[in-house]
Ligand binder design. Structure first.
Ligand SMILES: [Zn+2]
Length: 290
């Protein structure tokens, strides 16, 4: 099904697709994912990591649809992509909409979500939104980063399908300390603060120096980091995590925040903690065969 990008028209007649669109969002598997997304959005808001419209979430849901269904997604309105995403051809992502708020997603996720289907040409994406959304749905402004990461995950056949970005206060605070502006130093301090980080993140944490959000540059740098680390910290901005599920990705952010919070609590009381020794970290690695 070859397709040329001929125009950008979000006002095409969607009437013939209403039943199909409604069916997508009533599908049992999609309901489970949107409910999970809603729960996690509530956690992000409760932790104060999601001020205003901060944060975004996406899940690759291609495997839940038949080839025939995927063909239908090609008939929805479409927009050009900033570059070709060859590794994402005919992939379907559930993604939070631009301007959506986590506190609203926690209440009613269908009002704040859309689907993005990458065209056969891999140079455009189709937008599918729950039928009752009245405003024009557009995916998050961090779309380039989500696409670059999902493309890398597809290329490497990774089991991770979900991606969560949030303004994790504790991690942002760490990156305001010049001592922690590298993957090595951030990993070192997080491992030292909490044994669980060694167990669950044995490869350590990724780090992207300050870069303007929503750009191709941050997308490329972040996707590269995710090849080795399931959590990537953005200097003075926040963090992203991948997981097999949205909850799993949230767990990774939560754990990193816990470790960073321990450091900050000690620092607030006037003492920079020594944390676990190198020998103690080595013992944990040996015990868990990491
Ligand atoms: Zn952000």
């Amino acid at each position: 099904m070859k397709q040329k990008i001929i125009n950008v028209d979000l006002k095409v007649n969607l009437d013939p697709l209403i039943n199909f669109t409604q069916g997508i969002f009533q599908k049992k598997e999609i309901k489970i994912i949107t409910e999970e997304l809603s729960r996690v959005a509530g956690f992000l808001w409760d932790r104060r990591w999601a001020e205003r419209n901060a944060g975004n979430i996406s899940v690759n849901i291609t495997s839940l649809f038949s080839i025939k269904d995927l063909d239908k997604f090609s008939t929805y309105p479409f927009l050009p992509l900033p570059r070709e995403y060859a590794g994402l051809k005919r992939q379907l992502l559930l993604i939070t909409a631009a301007g959506s708020r986590m506190r609203d997603l926690a209440m009613d996720p269908l009002e704040e979500l859309c689907l993005v289907y990458i065209s056969d040409s891999a140079k455009a994406y189709h937008i599918i939104a729950p039928e009752r959304i009245e405003k024009e749905p557009m995916p998050t402004s961090e779309l380039p980063t989500h696409l670059a990461i999902h493309e890398m995950l597809c290329r490497t056949n990774a089991p991770e399908k979900a991606l969560v970005h949030s303004h994790v206060t504790e991690l942002i605070a760490l990156t305001h300390n010049p001592k922690f502006l590298s993957a090595e130093s951030l990993t070192g301090i997080l491992w030292k603060m909490h044994p669980e980080t060694v167990i669950f993140q044995p490869k350590g944490y990724g780090f992207v120096p300050y870069t303007i959000p929503g750009t191709e540059k941050i997308a490329t740098l972040t996707a590269r980091c995710f090849e080795n680390n399931p959590v990537v910290i953005w200097e003075k901005h926040g963090a992203m995590a991948i997981g097999k599920t949205i909850s799993e990705a949230f767990d990774e952010l939560d754990l990193a925040a816990k470790a960073a919070g321990i450091f900050l609590s000690c620092a607030r009381n006037g003492s920079e903690p020594d944390g676990l020794t190198d020998e103690e970290i080595r013992e944990i690695r040996q015990h868990y065969c990491l």
